[in-house]
Design a protein around this ligand. Structure first.
Ligand SMILES: C=C(O[C@@H]1C=C(C(=O)O)C=C[C@H]1O)C(=O)O
Length: 381
């Protein structure tokens, strides 16, 4: 499939109000498209189906599924994606955030700080929604811009006529499962990228990232993945667009991957990278105090139980093995960050940050302003 035609097909699907998703995984050249053949709203409860899932922050709400057997699948080459207009790189972006929004966010952070200093919470991720007025926005063109600007992110365009249209370039993996091995990451702590990844991190950032790592390890153990079977990288600095984060890679093995997917997802989601600690108390605070609906922001999305044929290695000594193919199931789920929801005449950008007792409300506001640039870069070009 040539890239020119795939974007035309996406536009047609969108104009026909039929569900679809187009995405490209981090650092990959190939993108994938699922085009659903009806406007039915499918859901997943146990994560046993195969397809592409789209899950909200609040895990009591329904998870949307594009089932593999109700969709056409295409692979396309993102390497040749050229955008017609000039690149957004280096443009001065308008800051549409009003003082009122700033005051509101700073007040929310201060409220969070009260719970942190009293010891009720150890960490809480607080966020806001920013509305940007748009004219004649073509989601497919925005998707192309995202592909070009963020090669190391998971970039997607997702649409369902009964739910809405979402795009993102997210740096965060929730869970990758291949056969019986899994990978996840603890990503938290933010600073602006100023030309080098060799930077110094403050105690606040180190602490908030450590909360995420420790909580992931504890929760995995709780669902039967012993810490002895888990590998953990050193903490390192990871670049995401014009931001830097602290990151730890975590990997291990599952006993029964397909049956255990629901278990492991509920152990991870929402991690303290997007919710807080203790999890339920932080979630309660977010739902009652943020004052808006996160919807799918800080939820997760991606490939669910897709079949992959694996040809056995040619190096094997047993020549008979060459005839075998093993079938493995793979899931690749990402946290929905650096995202926006497109409406008829505006976009909603969703941004937040982790608050600990050492947070400075003004600095937390600035962090959300910086995070909003990831989407603004493709909106204001
Ligand atoms: C909540 C967001 O990002 C998360 C919060 C971070 C932080 O608090 O430093 C960093 C990366 C993400 O885990 C967001 O982008 O909106």
């Amino acid at each position: 499939m040539t890239e020119g035609s795939i974007f035309d097909i996406l536009r047609k699907q969108y104009d026909n109000k039929l569900p679809f998703v187009a995405y490209r995984k981090p650092d990959e050249q190939k993108g994938t498209v699922f085009l659903q053949d009806s406007s039915e709203l499918f859901t997943s409860e146990d994560f046993l189906e195969s397809g592409f899932i789209f899950a909200p922050f609040d895990d009591r709400r329904q998870v949307i599924l594009i089932p593999e057997d109700a969709a056409q699948k295409h692979i396309f080459d993102t390497n040749v994606v050229e955008t017609s207009a000039s690149s957004a790189e280096g443009k001065t972006l308008l800051n549409h955030s009003s003082e009122a929004t700033k005051e509101q966010h700073v007040a929310l952070v201060k409220k969070g700080l009260e719970k942190l200093t009293s010891g009720e919470l150890d960490k809480v991720v607080l966020s806001r929604k920013e509305q940007i007025t748009l004219e004649n926005t073509d989601p497919v063109s925005l998707f192309r811009e995202l592909l070009q600007n963020y090669p190391t992110a998971f970039v997607y365009l997702w649409y369902h006529p009964k739910v809405g249209c979402w795009l993102a370039a997210t740096p965060e993996t929730l869970l990758k499962v291949e056969g019986n091995s899994f990978k996840t990451m603890a990503l938290a702590g933010t600073q602006k990228f100023n030309g080098s990844t060799d930077v110094i991190w403050g105690e606040k950032e180190k602490q908030e990232q450590l909360f995420v790592t420790d909580s992931i390890l504890e929760n995995l153990e709780r669902v039967g993945v012993p810490s002895s079977g888990i590998k953990k990288s050193n903490v390192y600095t990871a670049k995401a667009g014009s931001l830097l984060h602290l990151r730890t890679d975590i990997s291990g093995r599952l006993h029964d991957p397909k049956a255990g997917l629901k278990n492991i997802i509920s152990a991870l989601h929402p991690t303290p990278a997007v919710c807080g600690l203790p999890k339920e108390k932080a979630k309660e605070f977010i739902l009652s105090e943020e004052g808006y609906d996160r919807e799918f922001y800080t939820g997760f999305l991606g490939e669910l139980n897709l079949q992959k044929n694996i040809q056995r290695s040619r190096n094997t000594r047993n020549v008979e093995n060459l005839a075998y193919r093993t079938v493995k199931h793979e899931s690749a789920l990402f946290v929905n960050l650096r995202c926006m929801k497109l409406e008829v005449d505006h976009a909603n950008i969703f941004v937040g940050g982790g608050i600990t007792k050492d947070s400075n409300p003004e600095a937390e506001w600035e962090e959300t302003v910086n995070k909003a640039q990831t989407m603004k870069k493709v909106l204001f070009k």
